[in-house]
Design a protein around this ligand. Structure first.
Ligand code: UD1
Ligand code: UDP
Length: 371
């Protein structure tokens, strides 16, 4: 803590490395930068490169440190070793009072480990999400549980997340229910007058947005998912699918294998977050194995068939927006068909809910950190 003419300045470093962390940390960076008694340092690991840079560009954030660690087809070992060795130098030289990490990526876990070794306090944004199975999602459930052992501040997005932490023995005085900062991002990205060539193409159809990237879905599950979508499109002439492909080459290969030569399925490059949120707003249905999209869709009142066997976003299931459909071709197909054929089922899944926040999570977190 540095003192300038009698005012204590807290040095807060925010660390992130992938697209979803960036989308959820940038609103918080902006909020902290607006506070007078905080010095904000932004460090990105570059676990993602292009997909991270897309977000930084939209939010106009220039990191103070960029570790640039991404390699094509990187393993968990590659990411961990690179961050462990370079993050120590950054944190030792900047000496932050608190390091804020987000969620459950390898960037998050390894950065927290470095802080633990250096006796630096960790604040965990989006703390307390759980499936209680450390292999699902893999390795994210392990990462977030491990960070919870280390963290001094736990910013839980929901009451459910808070209770998860309490049941693991976390000191309740370290837990703050704030809402999810991802919903803060939605407040700035959704635009009524938004237009896009892909949306014009899909205007006369029911638009399905598909995304897929989870490590545990790579292999047979991803092929099952894609085959189910292909079959639905072939059987229903009024459907068009937009699939912004994750840059993971393994996912891209599977998508190209299954979806080639279908003029109602568009495989496109990752959208910037403004485009993606506005595409969601206009979608009929979302099919995804993503985490953050489950929260955003719940706020937008868009039905989501979750392409996983288990979710840490139970609130959206309870609200009726999310439905777990697993990774078996037949089950995915049947559930899409149900929403196409049954208006009542579709309407039940299309209610706007604010389970994940009211758009002011960053403000709450900044207020707590400024005390
Ligand atoms: C990572 C996170 C996951 C998060 C996801 C969000 C871990 C272990 N996984 O998974 O929790 O849900 O990000 O998308 O932390 N690539 C590029 N450019 C990019 C991004 C990725 O080329 O901008 C390619 C690279 O070949 C890279 C591969 O995608 O090797 C996989 O990236 P990686 O960060 O290892 O895993 P994700 O599946 O993206
Ligand atoms: N997203 C985006 N462009 C895309 C696809 C997704 O900006 O083409 C956003 C989406 O709105 C959400 C986040 O990326 O905020 C989710 O990222 P991802 O699915 O990669 O990771 P997860 O949330 O599963 O960790």
């Amino acid at each position: 803590m540095i003192k300038h003419v009698g005012v204590a300045i807290k040095k807060i470093m925010l660390v992130f490395g992938t697209r979803p962390e960036a989308i959820k940390m940038c609103p918080l960076i902006r909020e902290l930068q607006a506070r007078q008694n905080i010095e904000v340092i932004v460090c990105v690991t570059g676990q993602h490169r292009q997909m991270l840079d897309q977000v930084l560009e939209v939010f106009e954030i220039t990191p103070d440190y960029d570790l640039s660690i991404m390699r094509e087809k990187q393993t968990l070992f590659d990411i961990s070793i690179s961050i462990l060795s370079s993050m120590r130098t950054v944190i030792e030289s900047t000496k932050p009072d608190i390091v804020l990490v987000h969620g459950d990526t390898t960037t998050t876990f390894i950065t927290s480990l470095v802080c633990f070794y250096l006796h630096i306090k960790v604040g965990h944004v989006e703390a307390g999400l759980r499936t209680h199975n450390i292999y699902l999602p893999y390795p994210e459930e392990f990462n977030r549980q491990a960070v919870s052992i280390i963290s001094s501040y736990n910013f839980a997005p929901t009451e459910v997340a808070k209770q998860n932490l309490i049941s693991e023995g976390k000191d309740p005085s370290t837990i703050y229910v704030t809402g999810n900062t991802g919903i803060d991002a939605l407040r700035t990205t959704i635009k009524n007058e938004y237009q896009n060539e892909h949306l014009s193409w899909a205007m006369d159809s029911k638009l399905i947005i598909l995304t897929a990237h989870r490590r545990e879905n790579i292999g047979e599950p991803i092929y099952n998912i894609f085959r189910a979508v292909k079959k639905i499109v072939e059987e229903n002439g009024d459907i068009k699918v937009i699939f912004p492909l994750h840059l993971n080459p393994v996912i891209r290969k599977a998508a190209n294998d299954i979806f080639q030569n279908n003029d109602r399925i568009r495989l496109i490059e990752p959208l910037n977050v403004i485009d993606f949120h506005n595409f969601m707003k206009r979608a009929f249905l979302i099919l995804t194995d993503s985490g953050g999209i489950q929260e955003e869709a719940t706020s937008l009142g868009k039905p989501v068939l979750v392409l996983r066997d288990i979710t840490e976003r139970q609130e959206g299931i309870d609200a009726g927006t999310l439905k777990l459909v697993g990774v078996k071709e037949e089950n995915i197909y049947e559930n899409i068909k149900l929403l196409l054929d049954n208006h009542l089922e579709y309407t039940k899944m299309s209610q706007v809910c604010n389970q994940y926040g009211d758009g002011f999570a960053s403000k709450r977190i900044a207020d707590i950190l400024c005390c």
